[in-house]
Write a protein that binds this ligand. Structure first.
Ligand code: WTA
Length: 702
């Protein structure tokens, strides 16, 4: 306790390090009622998963699954850093998430789907029903769409049971799915379809959002097909689920011979059963695209056996999921959190997983708590953005509803201690344990978190590495930054783990370069100890061994817990014909954490007007999605540039965030900085804050 209350002293830092200033937070202990029922309450787990037992310790997770053939080798490092897990093993993910539960749980809810309109009742899909629907749809995919193991399929669907049904049907056949977040545009979907080589797209015609029926097919399908084609990938079939079965909700015409309503075809497959295809443990299960430092999204390729073992083990130990629980993760299945902790981890444990179609504040900010009350949810999982939004819109709402959470998760971005405390006191009613789980799309599952029944919580800190994960902080030169120094650096994971992605689809060089080259001790080595995984996040390690994550160190902007690549946004801006140059920077936002702000310079002879700035906003919305909507678009006479002509995004980020612009004497055009500052902030010089570490570091790599 004493340690936790002592303020961290501000340390002298070198250029390779970042100084961090904040006070240490106090600890919170898990409620005794939680500890009594927890899956993981034996502290011997620390010993079992200690480095001396690595990699064998992860057999404990693999043994939670049903294998068609047991593995021969736990970890094969012969092609480091392309790790192979549970080599020689064979299994099927759909069998693990469905078939194996039937004997005991066939009549239990697997999914409870809550439509956004409150007058529509929740829909329950039992394990038996899930089994039937997944089998019939798998038969359709195989026999009608001609799909087989190893083929790729792109899925662009909202949060309804048909989405996990589609994913599990793919997994049953060994077809590699690539789910694109439903809120992304048709163009974003088409690019991903082309990159993955999908000739089949799966859509739903419509969904509800903030009370309105959105015509998803009209908004996205034609653009997706055209974009895929323009990028070399013809689409020969578009399968369309109906939001209101039996009736079309879209004005878009069905293209003859290409578009098919699933509901029209399914009767042909009634009663069909598809034997799950026994897949190699290292066969890819799915691709999940995420933003990187270049314009092109990366298809993170996740494997079958290691991934499922890892999400199952962490769902059991960190999420504390029991089959009797009602578990609700409010994320979208279109992101990695939804894949790992709505679909695969929970279903593999025979849990009841809740899906909610809509936005949390529709029709009012009491909605999540009404859902929790009605379904008697006892495990709740969401992001700081949603928590901040609900706190702002309805700070007193939770107490009006009679629900009781035993466990709550926060994920996706750093959570401010203030916000954490509201989550604990008001949402959790001080009855729940909280885990702050730090991880990434590339990682498959949690990397840092407290073990809910064993470790005390500390607001704002993710905690230590989860079992079998050995994190470390390095400075720019590769020197380890120890615990309790008050210095921040780059958080890395020293070892591979079963949930780590296999590679970037079609770009293995980029996989090595981006994640493993920075701190690799010897590129020829086959020893995992020489290959620390570089996460790209800044972090600081307290004396108690808890990691506090400071945010991205590269030029990726985390909006509401989701990464957007600045280069990707900038190239979208440049498609507006009047624009000569564009720079995107993160600006601190009370609700969403960070949002993009855009600076554009116009082509000679073009006048600045609202049409141009509106065009930029609408390009971002159509090319990426509403999530990329900028806070502001500033037209500037010129960009601040280095003598070699590079745009200094760091300076623009400082102006947008009212931070000190630092040394600008090395710029080719230092005068423009003051002009831009005045245009953005007005005449008075405004430096209102020191700024968070990620914003301070933004653009530093240039
Ligand atoms: C950030 C989401 C602080 C981090 C699962 C990471 C977090 C990026 C946390 C990955 C957390 C995620 N505390 N920051 N608990 N969780 N992040 O790929 O910057 O969408 O690198 O995966 O989110 O975002 P991604």
């Amino acid at each position: 306790m004493a340690d936790a209350q002592r303020p961290v002293e501000v340390a002298e830092t070198t250029e390779a390090q970042i100084a961090v200033h904040w006070k240490e937070e106090e600890y919170y202990s898990p409620p005794a009622s939680f500890v009594a029922q927890a899956n993981l309450k034996d502290p011997a787990v620390n010993e079992r998963f200690a480095e001396k037992n690595f990699p064998k310790c992860f057999e404990e997770y693999a043994e939670m699954l049903t294998w068609d053939k047991r593995w021969d080798t736990v970890l094969d490092t012969s092609e480091a850093p392309f790790w192979k897990w549970f080599v020689g093993g064979k299994l099927n993910v759909s069998r693990n998430c469905i078939d194996r539960h039937l004997a005991k749980y066939k009549n239990k809810a697997a999914l409870i789907s809550v439509p956004e309109l409150e007058e529509e009742s929740p829909v329950t899909v039992t394990y038996q029903e899930l089994y039937v629907r997944v089998n019939e749809f798998a038969a359709l995919l195989r026999d009608f769409a001609g799909l087989k193991a190893g083929d790729r399929v792109t899925i662009h669907m909202p949060m309804l049971p048909e989405l996990p049904i589609t994913m599990l049907a793919c997994a049953r056949l060994g077809v590699i799915h690539s789910v694109v977040f439903g809120g992304f545009s048709g163009e974003a979907c088409g690019l991903r379809a082309a990159d993955s080589g999908s000739r089949v797209l799966i859509y739903m015609d419509a969904y509800y959002r903030s009370g309105k029926l959105i015509d998803h097919k009209a908004a996205a399908t034609e653009t997706a097909v055209a974009t895929a084609k323009a990028n070399g990938q013809p689409i020969d079939k578009v399968l369309v689920w109906q939001r209101r079965p039996g009736k079309s909700s879209s004005d878009a015409p069905m293209v003859e011979g290409r578009d098919f309503f699933v509901e029209d075809l399914l009767p042909n497959y009634r009663g069909k059963r598809v034997e799950p295809v026994s897949m190699d443990a290292n066969a890819p299960l799915f691709l999940m695209y995420t933003s990187g430092t270049t314009g092109k999204p990366k298809g993170c390729q996740h494997r079958t056996g290691g991934y499922l073992a890892y999400v199952t083990g962490t769902s059991k130990y960190i999420q504390d999921i029991h089959p009797e629980d009602v578990y609700w993760c409010m994320a979208d299945i279109g992101w990695i959190t939804g894949h790992s902790y709505i679909v695969y981890g929970p279903l593999s444990l025979a849990a009841t997983s809740v899906l909610y179609e809509g936005v949390p504040n529709y029709p009012d900010p009491g909605r999540p708590w009404r859902i929790a009350e009605r379904l008697d949810v006892n495990i709740f999982h969401t992001s700081p953005t949603a928590i901040r939004m609900l706190r702002k819109a309805g700070p007193d709402e939770p107490e009006k509803y009679n629900y009781h959470f035993k466990h709550m998760t926060t994920v996706g971005e750093p959570i401010e201690p203030e916000v954490w405390r509201w989550y604990n006191d008001v949402v959790g009613k001080r009855e729940a344990v909280i885990v702050d789980t730090w991880w990434q799309t590339e990682n498959g599952g949690f990397l840092c978190s407290t073990k809910p029944a064993l470790d005390r919580m500390k607001p704002g800190s993710a905690g230590p590495g989860v079992p079998g994960i050995y994190p470390v902080i390095y400075d720019e030169k590769g020197e380890e930054i120890g615990a309790g120094t008050g210095k921040a650096g780059n958080i890395c994971i020293r070892n591979p783990w079963p949930g780590i992605f296999q590679t970037i689809w079609g770009d293995p060089d980029r996989y090595v370069k981006q994640y493993y080259s920075k701190y690799c001790k010897n590129p020829k080595s086959k020893d995992w100890r020489d290959w620390p995984y570089f996460a790209g996040d800044g972090a600081v390690l307290a004396a108690d061994g808890y990691f506090r994550i400071l945010g991205r160190v590269d030029d990726v902007i985390n909006v509401a817990g989701h990464r957007l690549g600045t280069k990707e946004l900038e190239s979208a801006c440049l498609t507006v014909p009047q624009i000569a140059e564009a720079a995107v920077v993160p600006v601190v936002d009370e609700i969403k954490g960070r949002v993009p702000e855009i600076y554009v310079a116009l082509k000679p002879g073009v006048a600045a007007n609202k049409e141009v700035t509106d065009a930029v906003t609408s390009r971002l919305e159509t090319m990426i999605g509403k999530i990329a909507r900028p806070k502001k678009v500033h037209v500037v006479p010129d960009m601040p540039k280095t003598r070699s002509g590079k745009i200094m995004r760091r300076v623009l980020a400082a102006i947008s965030n009212e931070m000190d612009t630092g040394d600008i004497t090395t710029l080719a055009n230092p005068d423009v900085v003051e002009q831009i500052r005045q245009a953005v902030q007005g005449k008075e010089k405004r430096v209102t804050r020191e700024g968070p570490e990620d914003v301070k570091k933004f653009g530093e790599q240039e």
